[in-house]
Ligand binder design. Structure first.
Ligand code: MOS
Length: 752
């Protein structure tokens, strides 16, 4: 077994490191987007459509416009030009809703913005938005909240047949399934879920001549800059986006939404800064959600547990306009070894706002389906579910025909089973009890992609012995400030508390999205290269400064480590602090710049790069009072080198909690009459809270994946949510005998 996360180290990388920005947050001095106050700011509140399908016929703004303090009611007839945007080369120009706000009078989902009230105060703008009178030409929306009628796979195929697309294929899955000695054919349903970060989406737009500055709660300032430049017809360098702190996003803040353009357009038109903060209700309507999915999984196997066929056919809902792809089949081609496989997908158009990535997009619902099917197959075969997985462990990625850069699934299972005590499991339903309650034990595997975005960064060494590292990525609460500081400290030898981190500003070198669990890995090459170049510059200074102790040396004779410049041959104990070298040269600083090359989108990869893991879960079930609790979780993650075990553990714990919420509570319901999300508030949309959270033991394997970057670090933001639902529903079955194939697990289903 490789070293686990508790291995002590004095190096910055691999050391459990409290968040460097923690004091700012706990003292309330960290400025989140809505905290930025610019003199003269006006407040904007959107008018939301109260239908989901139809047209705006009349928009009466007279009453609103005459209210004291109202500066404008903007709508389709009077707003100045906002252009569309298109994707740009690289991972850029991305947004989920291409249609600029107010482009036409068609209403395609409930809550779509149809006007914008702008006033001196938020309260006045709210009142003015309420005072706008709208009439509609209204049609019945299709929100198909009730998928029960479509549960039959034949119905799905009949309805969406022509749209079903083949995503991955090998062998002859149909024939192999037909002739398989043991078959499983089940459909799994996951509901729409809504991102509910505590910090609401917020924008402040400021124009200075033809330059736009936008404070935004964003997971991708660089992408947002590119989209806004297109929407307002500006050179990119005339748009600056700033995101200093984010109260999380879960994917909902990855890409721009229509309120950004509205705030910017209003500020342009009125010549004043404009602040727009969404309501919690709007968070359910206009800024994305995880779409509902319906997934048919067919497994064919031999009686001794070897998979011979795997078919995964999934359908998810989409809005009328967006192109979001909920890639439920992403992991299916390589999770297990199987000679005959087919993955297909289809979409179902609904009068619902655009879907979006939500923590573990695609794979989280996808692995719920396929891992549940594996658990069910194990029960059918009377084989332990861990054993079934071990029997079907692949040696290569059979979808791509490529070796894995690093895959240690079997070690994950072994450690997880040992830590959980899995060998004590008795498979019969209801056969395990403790203190008078029934126990259910379940497990599942998980995986998440590991790729790099392009990134650029600079590192500076300064004459006071401090360093600065800068990159236009952002910290969405996951620990990126700290990671940047650790990377710079590792290379320069400057202590962590003397490293200044600058991020969240497009004025800095272009950095990656905080998305796909890819920010950390993407930063490593850029920061390391930048640090190396800063050091190279320093060594040149050391050899060229008159009177320097290194004047007689060549840069190649020198090294810089532990914050000191020294002659290699003499060893690190000699030499002088780098700050002294700079002072002697009368230099405030030296700078090095570095870049990371993207691996995402590489048409000819040499390796299949993913993180892996597993969850072992215990539930307690008390049928007398119909109480189901998740009582214990053991999670093992194989994500390469863990740079900050403290933050990483926190990420996995949070992700598991989100998985518990997914299984037990979370679902967004749409009113079939109006198309409105019904439970669009935090009282009715239930997320897991501390009272729902059991002890979660997180273990990391540490097999550095140096194919990906020098440190061998992959991301850990999302993988923890994947697989949790299948593990818990297996435990629920073990305790209750009830197979729940539609999330969330409702008590009614367990009483039936
Ligand atoms: Mo994550 S859904 O890529 O923020």
């Amino acid at each position: 077994m490789a070293a686990t996360h508790d291995t002590p180290t004095t190096a910055p990388i691999g050391r459990s490191t409290p968040r460097v920005e923690g004091p700012l947050k706990v003292s309330g001095t960290a400025q989140y987007t809505a905290d930025f106050h610019v003199p003269g700011t006006l407040y904007a509140v959107p008018v939301e459509a109260t239908i989901a399908n139809g047209r705006v016929v009349t928009l009466d703004t007279a009453a609103a416009e005459t209210m004291p303090g109202v500066r404008a009611i903007l709508h389709r007839e009077n707003i100045e030009k906002i252009f569309r945007s298109i994707p740009e080369p690289g991972f850029a120009g991305i947004c989920e809703e291409r249609r600029p706000p107010f482009e036409d009078d068609v209403v395609r989902y409930y809550g779509q913005y149809i006007a914008l009230a702008v006033a001196d105060t938020f309260e006045t703008a709210t009142a003015a938005a309420d005072a706008v009178r709208v009439t509609y030409d209204k049609n019945k929306p299709n929100v198909a909240a009730d998928l029960e009628a479509d549960d039959e796979p034949a119905v799905i195929l009949a309805t969406f047949g022509p749209q079903h697309r083949v995503q991955s294929q090998r062998g002859d899955a149909e024939a192999a399934f037909a002739s398989a000695p043991v078959k499983l054919d089940q459909t799994y349903v996951t509901p729409a879920e809504t991102h509910n970060p505590i910090e609401l989406h917020a924008t402040t737009a400021i124009w200075d001549g033809s330059t736009l500055t936008l404070y935004e709660s964003s997971q991708g300032v660089v992408n947002l800059q590119g989209v806004l430049a297109q929407m307002f017809g500006l050179p990119k360098e005339h748009v600056r986006v700033i995101t200093k702190f984010v109260g999380s996003g879960f994917g909902g803040k990855l890409f721009p939404w229509t309120h950004c353009a509205l705030a910017a357009a209003a500020a342009r038109q009125l010549g004043r800064p404009v602040k727009l903060v969404l309501s919690r209700k709007m968070m359910f309507q206009t800024v994305g959600h995880r779409p509902r999915t319906q997934q048919r999984v067919r497994l064919g196997a031999t009686p001794d547990g070897k998979l011979v066929a795997l078919q995964h056919d999934y359908v998810y809902h989409r809005s009328m306009l967006d192109a979001h792809h909920e890639d439920c089949g992403e992991a299916t081609p390589f999770q297990y070894s199987v000679p005959n496989l087919q993955v297909t997908f289809g979409r179902a158009k609904r009068h619902i706002g655009a879907a979006a990535d939500m923590r573990g997009p695609g794979r989280v619902p996808g692995l719920y389906a396929t891992e549940s099917a594996m658990n069910e197959l194990a029960d059918t075969l009377k084989i332990d579910p861990v054993r079934l997985r071990v029997l079907n462990e692949p040696t290569i990625d059979e979808g791509l025909g490529l070796p894995f850069s690093s895959r240690h699934v079997l070690e994950c299972f072994a450690l997880g089973a040992e830590q959980f005590g899995w060998s004590k499991r008795t498979p019969q339903v209801g056969s395990m009890q403790r203190d008078g309650v029934i126990l259910g034990w379940g497990m599942a595997g998980c995986s998440w992609l590991a790729e790099l975005f392009a990134a650029a960064a600079y590192v500076q060494l300064r004459d006071d012995g401090t360093a600065r590292v800068a990159c236009a990525t952002q910290d969405i609460g996951t620990g990126t400030y700290t990671i940047l500081a650790q990377l710079a400290a590792q290379k320069t030898g400057v202590p962590l508390d003397k490293v200044e981190v600058a991020l969240g500003d497009t004025a800095l070198p272009a950095g990656p999205l905080s998305g796909g669990s890819m920010a950390t890995g993407s930063l490593v090459p850029a920061v390391f290269q930048a640090a190396d170049k800063a050091i190279a510059s320093l060594l040149t200074v050391a050899t060229t400064t008159p009177g320097s102790p290194f004047e007689a040396c060549q840069p190649a004779d020198l090294a810089c480590a532990g914050g000191r410049v020294f002659v290699k041959a003499d060893g690190a104990t000699g030499g002088v602090p780098f700050a002294e070298v700079l002072r002697r040269a009368n230099l405030r600083l030296v700078t090095g710049s570095g870049t990371s090359a993207a691996t995402v989108g590489n048409p000819q990869p040499q390796f299949s790069t993913h993180s892996f893991g597993c969850h072992f879960v215990e539930v307690t079930w008390q049928p007398e009072i119909a109480q189901l609790r998740v009582s214990r979780v053991v999670t093992v993650i194989d994500a390469g080198k863990i740079i900050n075990p403290l933050a990483a553990r926190n990420q996995i714990e949070g992700a598991v909690v989100m998985g518990i919420g997914m299984v037990l509570f979370e679902h967004t319901s749409y009113d079939p009459q109006t198309g409105a999300p019904i439970n669009s508030n935090l009282a009715d949309y239930i997320v897991a809270v501390n009272a729902d959270v059991p002890p979660i033991a997180v273990h990391f394997l540490e097999f550095p994946d140096t194919e990906l970057n020098e440190v061998g670090a992959r991301g850990i933001g999302e993988i923890g949510t994947a697989g949790v639902a299948a593990a818990i529903t297996a435990a629920v079955h073990h305790a209750t005998g009830v197979r729940v194939r539609e999330l969330p697990v409702k008590i009614e289903a367990l009483l039936a």
